[in-house]
Design a protein around this ligand. Structure first.
Ligand SMILES: [Zn+2]
Length: 173
């Protein structure tokens, strides 16, 4: 059985408003060990991009999720069963990206991204790296990248190709 890392629930790619270079990552509900794994995934992304002017992830553990800004990323734990219940498929993680882009006009909607990482199976670090990629505006790419849609084909860490997509999406190349 192939377990997709993530549903194609990247609701939108990058809107014309551009993308932030720094984000507030609010991690809540995880065990301390799991939370530090999510933090590690953030640091891996920062290290891979290797330019703080292009990517900074300000991490807050246990801070209530505030999605009023488009630089907000909230990360919560879940289970594969709950993701399956909500999305009809077994996945390790899911990201709801920039929901405001698809909400009806006139409502006050979240602007940031919400990530759910299944902690009962899979690889929390790999899943977090993948889902953070979606929150940063990235789409699925081929085998050998962390943004590959299937766990078996996905890189364990952010690759140069993933960084390349980040640079493109964020308008750096
Ligand atoms: Zn995905």
């Amino acid at each position: 059985m192939r377990f997709p890392l993530l549903p194609a629930l990247v609701l939108t790619i990058v809107s014309c408003g551009g993308t932030p270079s720094s984000y507030s990552v609010m991690i809540d509900g995880f065990t301390p060990e799991q939370a530090s794994t999510v933090v590690e995934a953030c640091r891996i992304w920062e290290h891979a991009v290797a330019d703080p002017s292009r990517l900074r992830l300000f991490v807050n553990i246990g801070e209530p999720c505030d999605l009023s800004h488009d630089d907000a990323i909230c990360v919560f734990p879940t289970t594969m069963a709950k993701i399956a219940e909500a999305n009809g498929a077994e996945r390790f993680g899911v990201t709801y990206h920039r929901l405001h882009d698809v909400q009806p006009q006139g409502t006050i909607d979240p602007m940031g991204s919400v990530i759910y990482v299944a902690t009962d199976t899979g690889d929390v670090k790999q899943t977090s790296e993948h889902e953070l990629g979606h929150a940063l505006g990235l789409v699925h790419t081929g085998p050998g990248t962390v943004m590959a849609p299937y766990v078996q084909e996905a890189a364990r860490n952010v690759t140069p190709a993933d960084v390349g997509q980040f640079m493109k999406v964020h308008g750096y190349e």
